[in-house]
Design a protein. Structure first.
Lengths: 246, 318
């Protein structure tokens, strides 16, 4: 150690250097985790919609199956008791499909120094030649990343609040709230937007491969849109951003 | 500057992974695997219980038999008492002392929940307060966007999973205890709940409700406030209505002559929702009345003090 060097500052510098070298590893992992948490948060609030869908499908199935003696016993297959189980099963499958489309690709995130510039260029290109893919992926990623940030913030707030309350009393409330707000802002400002950029990069690459005219550009991403847009809307509903500011 | 930002990114990444451990299906599977490998108890509920669809994770509890007709408050008290039976004596004493209660009787718990509901703003928050503590209920209530237990539970850290499940159990049982009866008490039980030889489809099957013999055209009433989830017609169950009463409790009314409600309708306790009949696969006019809890169909008579008259033979109506 050189004379006059603060050992604390040295350790901080060394840790920061290691962190900087490992960005290629932990940033994709963080993005994947954040989007997956957001997707789960959104799937959690889809329960009501899914229950309605399962009830309607069950009524239609029962009406059909009850017409013939050999299929009549199938009417009991999805009884009222199993409807919640089925709704939850559909929610799980929906979540896993959305994870495959949104969260897993985040593992391929490749950070560049000019991310803001890259975003601007891709957004301008998408504006000039829009496709469904251009809109759905980045919008859904942004929505679930926002919901994920709020879920992380709430988890941190709850854990700090109840963990420190014994030692700090009511001050734990303010500390937990401040940390949660900082975490949400940090996640949105440092992590979540990178997910949107990466989703835009992927959507752009796939859009470039779409042959044909405007109709093809519109239909190419429709299946993904059907899967992801309800989830994105649910994610925005499940993101209590304002509750962190109260 | 870049290095400082890298440090901040590491911290944020760690937070994301920590949240994923608790809030994703792979995280739940990993937690279960780690608990199995280390031989520790895993408080993680079943994977599918993570998705809100009417009820939070439910802990199977044996409902205590009601001794008399119950008011909604007393019903919730008995539900809480049944859920408390799941705890060890020491844990039960801790819950009761936390609430400042000397007795864990249904009446005492019902009174306490009623007072707490006035303070917390909803019975869900009151039950949460009983099982998780007043501070946890206050924390959840201030951050939740609605009064439902699911929404309240989403605000709490994972350490409360077990207690939230008990609160859900208390609410479910309390809701079931408060149900009225769909027909006049004089209606005879012609086929009870349980496994039986099916008179028309053959084989031994669970009769998932009870059959009440009544003449065609008898008004069928909603047993509690609720939402019509289904009003449909098929050749097995006939014209049926499914009501969702919240807290994981739903009731089904089959073989009606006509339905007076539609899916999405909100109904009030005692409202006539159908006229009984003989539709679907049926050997005679009757109402098939079914009570469903998160664990599956339950015998409605277990939640009722008054016993309707039963056929001596046990009956065989489908």
């Amino acid at each position: 150690m050189q004379p006059g060097t603060d050992p604390g500052a040295g350790a901080f510098d060394a840790t920061a250097r290691v962190a900087d070298r490992l960005r290629w590893f932990f940033l994709p992992l963080a993005l994947c985790a954040l989007v997956a948490v957001g997707v789960h948060t959104a799937a959690d609030v889809l329960g009501e919609l899914l229950l309605r869908m399962v009830d309607a499908a069950d009524a239609a199935f029962d009406s059909l199956a009850s017409r013939w003696a050999f299929t009549a016993p199938l009417v009991d297959l999805v009884g009222p008791s199993q409807r919640v189980f089925f709704a939850r099963g559909v929610a799980l499958l929906w979540e896993l499909a959305a994870d495959a489309l949104l969260a897993l690709p985040m593992l391929g995130y490749d950070e560049r120094g000019d991310e803001v510039q890259r975003f601007r260029e891709l957004a301008a290109k998408a504006w000039a030649r829009p496709t469904t893919l251009h809109l759905v992926g980045p919008f859904a990623t942004g929505a679930v990343a926002l919901a994920g940030s709020c879920a992380v913030g709430r988890l941190l707030e709850g854990t700090l609040h109840f963990g420190l309350r014994g030692a700090l009393g009511s001050a734990a409330d303010a500390l937990a709230h401040g940390c949660a707000l900082a975490a949400v802002l940090g996640l949105v400002g440092f992590i979540a937007w990178r997910g949107v950029v990466h989703a835009l990069v992927r959507a752009d690459a796939r859009s470039d491969r779409i042959p044909g005219g405007r109709a093809r550009r519109f239909t190419a991403g429709l299946p993904a849109a059907v899967l992801l847009l309800p989830l994105a809307v649910a994610a925005l509903r499940a993101a209590p951003l304002l509750s962190f500011l109260r | 500057m870049r290095r400082a930002r890298s440090l901040a990114d590491v911290v944020l990444a760690a937070l994301c992974l920590w949240a994923a451990w608790y809030h994703t299906p792979p995280g739940a599977l990993l937690r279960a695997a780690v608990a199995r490998l280390t031989g520790t108890r895993d408080p993680t509920p079943a994977l599918l219980s993570y998705y809100g669809a009417g009820a939070r994770p439910f802990q199977l509890a044996e409902p205590l038999p009601p001794r008399a007709a119950l008011s909604p408050g007393a019903a919730l008290g008995l539900g809480a008492q049944s859920a408390l039976e799941r705890l060890s004596p020491a844990e039960r004493a801790e819950v009761l002392s936390g609430a400042g209660l000397r007795s864990g009787s249904a009446d005492a718990l019902g009174d306490w929940i009623g007072r707490e509901a006035d303070k917390q703003g909803s019975r869900e928050a009151a039950v949460l307060s009983l099982f998780c503590g007043e501070e946890a209920a206050r924390f959840a209530r201030q951050r939740a966007s609605g009064p439902g237990l699911e929404e309240l539970a989403r605000q709490l850290p994972p350490r409360y999973e077990d207690r939230v499940a008990l609160a859900a159990t208390a609410l479910t049982l309390g809701t079931a205890y408060a149900l009225a009866w769909p027909l006049p008490d004089s209606a005879q039980v012609t086929s009870p709940f349980g496994v039986r030889a099916h008179p028309l489809l053959g084989g031994r099957r669970l009769h998932s409700g009870i059959d009440l013999g009544v003449s065609i055209g008898t008004p069928v009433r909603a047993v509690a406030d609720g939402l019509v989830r289904r009003a449909s017609d098929d050749r097995v169950s006939g014209r049926l209505v499914l009501l969702d009463h919240g807290s994981g409790v739903s009731t089904v009314y089959c073989h009606n002559e006509s339905l007076l409600v539609s899916p999405g309708d909100a109904v009030k306790k005692g409202q006539v929702i159908a006229l009984s009949g003989n539709s679907g696969l049926s050997t005679g006019p009757h109402l098939h009345y079914q009570l469903d809890l998160p664990q599956g169909p339950a015998d409605p008579l277990r939640f009722r003090a008054a016993r309707p008259p039963q056929l001596a033979s046990g009956g065989t109506e489908p």
